[in-house]
Design a protein around this ligand. Structure first.
Ligand SMILES: [Zn+2]
Length: 385
């Protein structure tokens, strides 16, 4: 509870500091009580929320404030670490083989192909013996830079999945916010801690790598090394598994640009081979772990303005929202439930804001028809819930 309050306080202050109101207040009120500043910071936050987007405003504040996706055809715009997306759908909080963690962050949104892939992985992994997926961050409803955390996850094609298996019960809302994932890697040696890694973990990553649309899986270098040292037989899938900082309690799935997203910028192909060579050895030198010489330097996502993002992201930001999150929650069968509600679909058909951005998003945009037909069964609540 105190952490939550501290987090809210911190966010409010951070946002207010970025506004001219916040700066004025900071000058005018040196040494005044925290409480007073907090009230004023929240007032600044409210003022910010009512302003229309401008090129100078920080993109993370604008995208971070969006509660619902842009109602338009599913389209990823820009790059994984510099972009946004429209036509997002939500992963339900619970499925037969998954539970969404940290729901208060509202990051269970993605391109329909990403959400469908998570559902498919949850089923396939369960068939492989993994008890179910704990889902971490996917994207904000309209993507874009986040207020906290990730540099990527901006175009609806990235998802974090915990390396902790789902427990055999429904977690409470409080548990989802607070329980910790298992840290798999020793921070000093950068090696997987003894006894934590199991063949089931390997099988889960292999399954995730098996889908053609998955281009990369990011893991801690210690986890990559564990796979390099232990995977026998077919090692071709290791090519997709890339070492990266962090990713020691979760792995990160990245899928490629999807059809219908002409402005989605693909990433470079991974180098040939299993990646168990010098490229991995570098992670076990001192260089990647040197302390940051300039730790206070702001990160790219903290500085990005709308002017730094692809032009179409302004249309995504301004686009109308669906009536509710439930209306664009993905329940399988290739179609979100709203598609089965013709009255609703007809009501939402005209989209002048998006159409005004002509080249940005198709005028025929309809978030509910762009789903790939992949025959996913309806997830049912697990027995006993
Ligand atoms: Zn991630």
């Amino acid at each position: 509870m105190i952490d939550t309050l501290r987090g809210l306080w911190y966010d409010a202050v951070q946002i207010a500091e970025g506004s001219s109101l916040g700066k004025t207040l900071a000058r005018a009120l040196p040494g005044k009580t925290l409480l007073l500043t907090a009230v004023l910071a929240i007032a600044g936050l409210a003022a910010l929320a009512t302003q229309p987007g401008s090129a100078e405003q920080r993109a993370k504040d604008l995208f971070g404030a969006k509660k619902l996706p842009a109602l338009a055809a599913a389209q990823s715009i820009g790059f994984y670490s510099k972009g946004c997306f429209s036509g997002g759908v939500a992963l339900p909080m619970d499925g037969r083989h998954w539970e969404v963690m940290r729901p208060s962050r509202n990051r269970r949104w993605g391109h329909p192909a990403m959400i469908a892939l998570i559902e498919k992985l949850s089923r396939d992994a369960a068939a492989d013996g993994w008890p179910g997926l704990l889902i971490g961050d996917i994207s904000q409803p309209r993507g874009g830079p986040m207020l906290t955390g990730h540099a990527s996850h901006q175009i609806g094609l990235d998802a974090d999945i915990w390396l902790t298996p789902m427990p055999d019960r429904k977690l409470s809302a409080e548990e989802r916010e607070n329980i910790s994932a298992t840290l798999m890697v020793d921070e000093k040696t950068h090696l997987v801690k003894d006894g934590l890694w199991t063949p089931m973990h390997t099988r889960l990553l292999k399954r995730a790598a098996s889908y053609p649309e998955v281009e990369r899986i990011l893991v801690n270098p210690g986890i990559k090394k564990k796979l390099c040292d232990t995977v026998k037989g077919d090692r071709s899938w290791l090519r997709k598994v890339r070492p990266f900082w962090g990713h020691d309690y979760h792995f990160h799935i990245r899928i490629g640009c999807q059809a219908g997203s002409p402005d989605c910028k693909a990433q470079e192909a991974t180098a040939p081979g299993d990646g168990c060579d010098q490229a991995l050895a570098w992670w076990f030198t001192e260089e990647p772990w040197r302390p940051n010489k300039n730790p206070d330097k702001p990160k790219a996502r903290d500085l990005m303005t709308m002017a730094n993002l692809p032009r179409q992201c302004q249309f995504v930001l301004d686009a109308p929202a669906p009536p509710s999150a439930e209306a664009v929650t993905y329940y399988g069968d290739g179609v979100p439930i709203a598609a089965t509600a013709p009255a609703l679909a007809a009501e939402l058909a005209p989209q002048p804001t998006v159409a005004a951005g002509a080249a940005a998003l198709p005028a025929s945009a309809n978030a509910f028809v762009a789903m790939p037909e992949i025959g996913i069964p309806l997830p049912r609540p697990r027995p006993g819930h």
